[in-house]
Ligand binder design. Structure first.
Ligand code: DX5
Ligand code: ZN
Length: 236
C-alpha cells in the first residue's frame, strides 16, 4: 500500500461506489483509479439513520486491496461507536460520522482518532456550521451534505454559505472540506469557489461508463475537476 498523501487543498475527486455495479466492486474500484479518481468514497447506510441499506465492514474489507489510494468511508449509521473498530480494521483511511447520529459526537471523533484513522464529521443540510466550532481540532475532514443522505442521484441543495463559514472557521488547520451529493460540472464550481477541496460524485462520474468500458469515468472525472479548478480562487 502507498503511504497516505500529505495534506493538500488541491481539488480531489472522490467517486462514490454507491453508483457502481454492486456485483463488480473490485473491477469498478480499479477502473476508477485508473481513470483518475483521487479517493474512493464508500457510502455505508443502515436503514435506520437513513432510509436505505447498502453494506458494512465486510464489503470495505473486500474492497480494500483493490484501492491503492485513500478509502473514504462515510458512515450513515446510528449508533456509530460500536462499529468504528470494525471499519478501521477493514481498512478505511478516513472514517466519517454524522453530527446528527449521536448525542456524543466528541466521543465518536475521539474513538475514530484512537484507531489511528483520519476522522471526518458530516453535516446534513439542516445542520448549521456552528455545531463544529468546538470540534475543529478533532477532525481531518468536514463533509457538507448537499443532499439529504440516503440515495444517489438527488438534486443538489445549495450549501455555499455554510461552506464559506466552515472555510473561515478552519483557517490554517489541515482540515478538508468535502461536498457530498448532486456534484456535477455545474455545481462543482459553486462549491470549489466557496472553499471545498474534496468532491464526492456518484451519478456524475459513472454515467456513460462501465468497469469494462470505463473511458467515460475518466472523461467525467476530468470534466468535474476542470470545472472546479477553474472556479478556485474566483471571487465569491
Ligand atoms: C448520499 C451519499 C452520496 C451519494 C452521492 O447519501 O452519501 O455519496 O452517493 O451520489 P450523487 O453524486 O449521485 O448525488
Ligand atoms: Zn457519501
Amino acid at each position: 500500500m502507498t503511504p497516505p498523501p500529505a495534506f493538500s487543498r488541491a481539488i480531489k475527486i472522490a467517486p462514490s461506489i454507491l453508483a457502481a455495479d454492486f456485483a463488480a466492486f473490485g473491477a469498478e474500484c480499479r477502473a476508477l483509479e485508473a481513470q483518475g479518481a483521487d479517493w474512493v468514497h464508500v457510502d455505508v447506510m443502515d436503514g435506520h439513520f437513513v432510509p436505505n441499506i447498502t453494506f458494512g465492514p465486510a464489503t470495505v474489507r473486500a474492497i480494500r486491496p483493490q484501492v491503492r489510494g485513500v478509502l473514504d468511508v462515510h458512515l450513515m449509521i446510528a449508533p456509530v461507536d460500536p462499529y468504528i473498530d470494525a471499519f478501521a480494521e477493514a481498512g478505511a483511511d478516513i472514517i466519517t460520522a454524522h453530527l446528527e447520529a449521536t448525542p456524543h459526537i466528541h466521543r465518536t471523533l475521539q474513538a475514530i482518532r484512537a484507531t489511528g484513522k483520519k476522522a471526518g464529521l458530516a453535516l446534513n443540510p439542516g445542520t448549521g456550521a456552528e455545531g463544529v466550532a468546538h470540534l475543529l481540532d478533532m477532525v481531518d475532514l468536514i463533509c457538507v451534505m448537499t443532499v439529504n443522505p440516503g440515495f444517489g442521484g438527488q438534486k443538489f441543495i445549495d450549501m455555499t454559505a455554510k461552506i464559506r463559514a466552515l472555510r473561515a472557521m478552519i483557517g490554517d488547520r489541515p482540515v478538508h472540506i468535502e461536498i457530498d451529493g448532486g456534484v456535477t460540472t455545474e455545481t462543482a464550481p459553486l462549491v470549489a469557489r466557496a472553499g471545498a477541496d474534496v468532491l464526492v460524485a456518484g451519478s456524475a462520474v459513472f454515467k456513460g461508463g462501465t468497469a469494462d468500458a470505463p473511458e467515460a469515468y475518466g472523461r467525467n472525472i476530468r470534466d468535474i475537476r476542470t470545472a472546479a479548478e477553474a472556479a478556485v480562487g474566483q471571487a465569491v
